[in-house]
Design a protein around this ligand. Sequence first.
Ligand SMILES: Nc1ncnc2c1ncn2[C@@H]1O[C@H](COP(=O)(O)OP(=O)(O)OP(=O)(O)O)[C@@H](O)[C@H]1O
Ligand SMILES: Nc1nc2c(c(=O)[nH]1)N=C(CO)CN2
Length: 173
Amino acid sequence: MAERIGYLGLGSNVGVPRDNLAAAVAALPAHGVRVLASSSTWETEPVGEVLDQPDFLNACLRIATELEPERLLDACKAVERELGRVAQESPDYVRHGPRPIDVDLLLLGELEYESERLRLPHREVTGRRFVLAPLLELEPGLTLPDGVRLADALAALPDGQRDAVRRAGAPLL
Ligand SMILES: Nc1ncnc2c1ncn2[C@@H]1O[C@H](COP(=O)(O)OP(=O)(O)OP(=O)(O)O)[C@@H](O)[C@H]1O
Ligand SMILES: Nc1nc2c(c(=O)[nH]1)N=C(CO)CN2
């Protein structure tokens, strides 16, 4: 099976966020995911359903993997569990709430895919500044399978939202 190139989004706002992002990078290879490159870390204001929570530290990774989409999602979820993330099925889970680690599958090659538990590209990839800023730092010319340029998606985001992002630290590798 040939490898595909993909992109993962990492986020953390509990504990020591940079250590959590670094731990996710270290954990991925054991799950069949080679990490090729990392963006800087970015400090970002919380967006979504819970705004009263600490700022996040976000980063994006370029990966190479032979895993098919659902198995790659399993790998992301296994890493979240290993790093102490409360599972979505738990009564303690808060959608968009604080978390030690979030590992989102943003893009996998040119695949467009949809099942009950996975959508590729990630449905929010064009609408979240905390994803677009690190992703474009890593790959300024990146396009979606439908040809949309992510640089255009970032430029089209409305100003004045409470979604500021700023480069915070060195890449994770
Ligand atoms: N591309 C994708 N990457 C990761 N999860 C996805 C993707 N597409 C669909 N999902 C589904 O979304 C579910 C919720 O994801 P998660 O727990 O990260 O939610 P969240 O971070 O609170 O909110 P959001 O989905 O808006 O990021 C996952 O359990 C997964 O089944
Ligand atoms: N800035 C920022 N906001 C968020 C993030 C995140 O990673 N960064 N993750 C969330 C859960 O999906 C909800 N809100």
